[in-house]
Write a protein of this length. Structure first.
Length: 219
């Protein structure tokens, strides 16, 4: 089987595959930014003394983490257009689903990071006259994010892998592009082997970065 491995089909398909990889990376990047922003807000709500905010955040996190990501994508692609009366589009359906889904996971990561900051520093900020949001902005969140960088990157790697699910809304991410070429050219071994190699290289490099950052933070 591997004796007839045709590397030329991979080389010939690189421009098309690169377009798919760009989409995967774009969805990952935007999903991280939106997920961290929404997750930070949810984490602060979860830790709030206002029961309404805390209950809303806890309910949101538990609900979203209880359903598969592919179902969330389906919600925004099929159900939301019915509710608003117009289509959302494949790209925005997937992007919003990623942000909403990742926000639930980032929320728990960020909440743990916030709680890892010594309470004495919060009290010191209060003693100097800083308000709640000033304490969070200048004292708590910078330290929390520094402690959370490795696990945030780990979640980003998982998100990159999850972008392969966008085939359900007809988006041509890297995995979908590889599958299209594999079916069209009849070279399944070559294309799926190449796709696996690309995913491995990117995820392994990310894992090594996480390991290095973990050591730096431990110092």
């Amino acid at each position: 089987m591997f004796g007839e491995f045709d590397t030329q089909i991979v080389v010939k398909s690189l421009p098309f595959l690169w377009q798919g990889l760009q989409l995967s990376l774009l969805l990952t990047g935007l999903g991280i930014l939106g997920g961290v922003a929404a997750g930070t807000l949810l984490a602060l709500m979860r830790l709030s003394s206002f029961k309404v905010f805390s209950l809303f955040s806890a309910t949101y996190v538990n609900l979203i983490r209880s359903v598969p990501l592919i179902l969330v994508i389906f919600w925004f692609y099929f159900l939301v257009p019915l509710a608003i009366g117009r289509p959302v589009g494949s790209f925005y359906s997937a992007l919003i689903a990623f942000i909403i889904f990742e926000a639930a996971y980032y929320s728990e990561i960020i909440r743990a990071g916030i709680q890892s900051v010594a309470r004495g520093q919060v009290w010191a900020g209060q003693a100097t006259g800083l308000g709640y949001w000033q304490i969070q902005r200048y004292i708590v969140l910078p330290q929390a994010f520094r402690n959370m960088v490795p696990i945030l990157l780990t979640q980003a790697i998982i998100l990159f892998q999850d972008t392969s699910l966008v085939f359900v809304v007809s988006l041509r991410d890297f995995m979908t592009a590889s599958a299209i070429v594999a079916q069209k050219e009849g070279r399944l071994v070559e294309m799926y082997t190449f796709a696996a190699a690309v995913y491995f290289v990117i995820c392994f490099a990310g894992s090594m970065l996480v390991k290095r950052l973990s050591k730096e933070i431990a110092r």
